[in-house]
Design a protein around this ligand. Structure first.
Ligand code: RP5
Length: 163
């Protein structure tokens, strides 16, 4: 974990397809990250251990993704002062609404920055982590600014008729 700035914690190996979007964005911006599989319910001691030691290992942001009754992000936030970004996954019969409520409805004082349900949320978690890191990383801030400019130009240039 030494060089990693972002720690991705996912509830299960079955969440891999969601996390590909997260890793793709971090890779594009060359931000080092570490990925761990840990469950708030199935491996609670491991989650506590990872969350409590993340800051001293140089981690600056934690992304926590889980489905079903997803307490992962909240439990992590309870064990660290680092910013925690939660991604509710639509892996359950309730299509992620269960995970969304579990993550977004945190009691005061223990925040989880909760993203959109599913793959879009997993990608946005990486973008949000970049924005946090960019506060103290000028190179990253410039790269994010260029990304915004490019997105705007792409839309302006793809009009069906002259505007
Ligand atoms: C959650 O339960 C995981 O994050 C995953 O989305 C879901 C199903 O996990 P598995 O039963 O496939 O391990 O804890």
């Amino acid at each position: 974990m030494e060089d990693a700035k972002v720690l991705i914690i996912q509830g299960s190996a079955s969440d891999d397809p969601y996390m590909e979007g997260t890793m793709k964005v971090l890779d594009e911006y060359e931000v080092p990250y570490r990925r761990i599989i840990a469950s708030a319910h199935r491996s609670p001691d491991f989650v506590t251990e990872i969350a409590s030691s993340a800051h001293q290992k140089g981690i600056q942001v934690i992304i926590a993704a889980a489905g079903f009754a997803a307490h992962l992000a909240g439990v992590i936030a309870a064990h660290t002062c680092l910013p925690v970004i939660g991604v509710p996954l639509d892996s359950s019969p309730l299509k992620g609404q269960d995970a969304l409520y579990a993550m977004v409805m945190m009691p005061k004082g223990v925040p989880v920055a909760t993203m959109t349900i599913g793959k879009a949320g997993a990608t946005n978690a990486a973008h949000f982590a970049l924005r946090i890191l960019a506060l103290h990383d000028m190179k990253l801030a410039v790269a994010l600014s260029a990304y915004r400019k490019k997105t705007q130009e792409t839309i302006r240039n793809s009009q069906p008729e002259e505007v």
